[in-house]
Design a protein around this ligand. Structure first.
Ligand SMILES: Cc1ncc(COP(=O)(O)O)c(C=O)c1O
Length: 396
């Protein structure tokens, strides 16, 4: 495990018991929220991926959660990495990952980042237009090009198509031809259907388009070998993941029949979303009553919010699920949960039904591992929660 962080891993037997851990770590006496990361989930996800898509190598999208324990766990399992910047590449290399296991998958890159990739032999790079291709050519002409084309899901939490991906039928040919005339090799194609995809046929549409671009590239003389199916895989919906895996497998078989191809994916949230539970404490509350004095709502103020880990409300559009620890619930009340800052935008969830909680009670939020931690800020002086790591002891 990484030496860069002075944390220990806590081992448990059987089923993980969140309530016991809260007691053990004496959270009652802590005013900061705490991330509970179960690395067992990450490992299980890796094996599920291997079982359901044995011919697709996952390249974990570091942007999703750059925690060194996550990266090291996936590196030890044999995953590759999708890096978007010089620092992400550096972080992955420093954990002992070899450069061939990295794809520089941000289609727009600053020259200094391209030069760094060159100096470290990170040769596979995503591109979606001629300007960018020419820029790479100037500082890293030997770089391999992976052409990112646009092929979007109808339903995704975070569509990416407005920002990246060339039109496969209007624009891709120009990039492929320019690469050929510059003497650069287009080694393959990539797409991203959108993060948090629930439109699994989108993968078939994209793979079929990818196969057409492959054929065109080969015709031009490129040595095309790589199909990168991007991200989009849900982290907390196993049934949807299984459907996507089936579509991916059958589409690669159908559209790449007889074409030798190495397939990779760039899963982010798939590996980490369900591995994290955020444990927060109610430190203040208010009751809202109507003019007759009847209780309308209870408002709770907890120790992390929309400027901290819950920034995913804004950036990632996720549905927040809250769990309380009251064992005997006689009555529940319409409740609103606020974050700790002085901003009224700092609202976590409204109109959920909770028992009447008191100061010092805990609320836990599962599935908080994706697009939460790297984007959290200490606005208003509230620290970003620390993380404690867990692993089932028989996983060693
Ligand atoms: C290029 C690229 N690859 C992979 C991902 C990871 O996507 P996901 O978390 O949906 O798997 C992203 C997310 O934005 C991305 O931009």
């Amino acid at each position: 495990m990484p030496t860069a962080v002075s944390q220990t891993i806590n081992f448990y037997k059987g089923k993980f018991q969140l309530k016991n851990e809260i007691k053990k770590f004496n959270l009652k006496n802590m005013d900061e929220a705490l991330n509970i990361c179960d690395l067992t989930t990450v490992i299980n996800k890796f094996y599920t991926w291997k079982q359901l898509m044995p011919n697709v190598t996952p390249y974990y999208a570091v942007k999703c959660n750059d925690d060194p324990y996550i990266i090291k766990t996936l590196a030890d399992l044999g995953a590759g990495f999708d890096c978007a910047s010089k620092n992400e590449i550096k972080q992955v290399l420093e954990l002992g990952v070899s450069p061939e296991r990295i794809i520089f998958a941000n289609p727009m890159k600053a020259t200094s980042h391209i030069e760094y990739a060159k100096s470290e032999n990170v040769t596979d790079s995503t591109v979606d237009n001629e300007f960018e291709l020419y820029k790479i050519f100037k500082s890293f002409g030997e770089s391999n090009v992976v052409l990112r084309f646009l092929s979007e899901a109808e339903n995704a939490l975070c569509p990416l198509g407005d920002k990246f991906g060339c039109d496969a039928f209007e624009d891709a040919a120009a990039v492929i031809l320019l690469a050929g005339s510059l003497g650069m090799n287009v080694i393959g194609v990539s797409f991203h259907v959108g993060s948090g995809c629930s439109d699994y046929p989108a993968y078939e549409r994209a793979i079929s388009t990818g196969a057409q671009l492959f054929k065109f590239g080969k015709l031009i003389g490129h040595h095309m070998t790589l199909l990168d199916i991007g991200g989009g895989f849900p982290g907390d919906n196993d049934a949807m993941f299984a459907k996507i895996a089936r579509v991916v497998n059958s589409s690669v078989d159908k559209y790449f029949k007889g074409i030798p191809v190495r397939v990779i994916g760039e899963p982010g949230r798939y590996f980490v979303a369900a591995a994290y539970t955020l444990v927060c404490k109610v430190y203040s509350k208010r009751e809202i009553r109507d003019t007759d004095g009847r209780l309308k709502k209870i408002m709770y103020y907890i120790n992390d919010g929309a400027y901290g880990t819950f920034n995913c409300l804004l950036y990632d559009h996720i549905n927040i699920k809250a769990i309380h620890f009251e064992s005997e619930v006689k009555e529940t009340f319409n409740s609103l949960i606020w974050g700790p800052t002085c901003d009224a935008l700092d609202k976590i969830c409204d109109n959920l039904y909770l028992p009447n909680l008191k100061e010092g009670d805990f609320i836990a939020f599962p599935n908080m591992g994706a697009y939460t931690i790297p984007t959290a800020s200490p606005f208003n002086g509230f620290s970003v929660p620390k993380t404690r790591y867990f692993l089932r002891s028989d996983f060693l």
